[in-house]
Design a protein around this ligand. Structure first.
Ligand SMILES: [Zn+2]
Length: 188
């Protein structure tokens, strides 16, 4: 009785050492490619988890991060990082928080991101107790429309705008100084 799944008579898949070796090499290359692909996907997942999306200027945005935070109910700010000419280079969603005796907001250092720090380490907390700022609540409750990395609109309800009375310095890299007026972040 013949098995229909058996190779046709005389059909030899591997004719000898040479073909088999080539086949092994191909399988090896395929495995390598697959592993590389998996590493790449893992890296992308990691970047998404960390909230990093690399934009054209080498600046790393925190838009996915902000997406995650939208569900957590924290008051939000939208900070506008300006170019030297005053145009907006990048928007960044910041978390505003309050403890019993202090208030503060998160601020991402673009220099730290550019030198490859993770989003968490590039983020500092500006606390009112050591760097005076005030929250202008006239725009509290309004929505700012941003674009997520896929270009889809993302609406962020802000709790106001912030103005710092002094220059903010990144303690982590010591390289970045900025002023913040009406949520506009200008590198000093
Ligand atoms: Zn820094």
């Amino acid at each position: 009785m013949s098995n229909p799944k058996a190779p046709p008579a005389g059909g030899v898949l591997f004719r000898g050492g040479t073909t088999s070796a080539r086949h092994d090499k191909q399988r090896h290359l395929a495995r390598e490619a697959q592993a590389a692909g998996e590493r790449q996907v893992a890296k992308q997942r990691q970047a998404v988890a960390a909230g990093d999306a690399i934009t054209d200027g080498g600046f790393v945005a925190s838009r996915l991060h902000s997406l995650n935070m939208m569900d957590r109910g924290h008051p939000q700010l939208v900070l506008y990082y300006l170019n030297a000419d005053g145009t907006t280079k990048q928007e960044c969603v910041s978390e505003f928080f309050a403890t019993a005796d202090d208030t503060g907001f998160t601020l991402v250092c673009p220099r730290c991101l550019e030198r490859g720090e993770t989003h968490g380490l590039a983020q500092m907390k500006v606390m009112n107790s050591n760097r005076k700022f005030h929250l202008d609540t006239r725009l509290a409750g309004t929505f700012v429309e941003l674009r997520d990395p896929d270009g889809k609109p993302l609406h962020v309800k802000i709790c106001g705008t912030v103005t710092c009375d002094e220059t903010i310095k990144c303690d982590s890299c010591g390289l970045w100084h900025a002023t913040i007026i009406d949520s506009k972040v200008r590198s000093a």
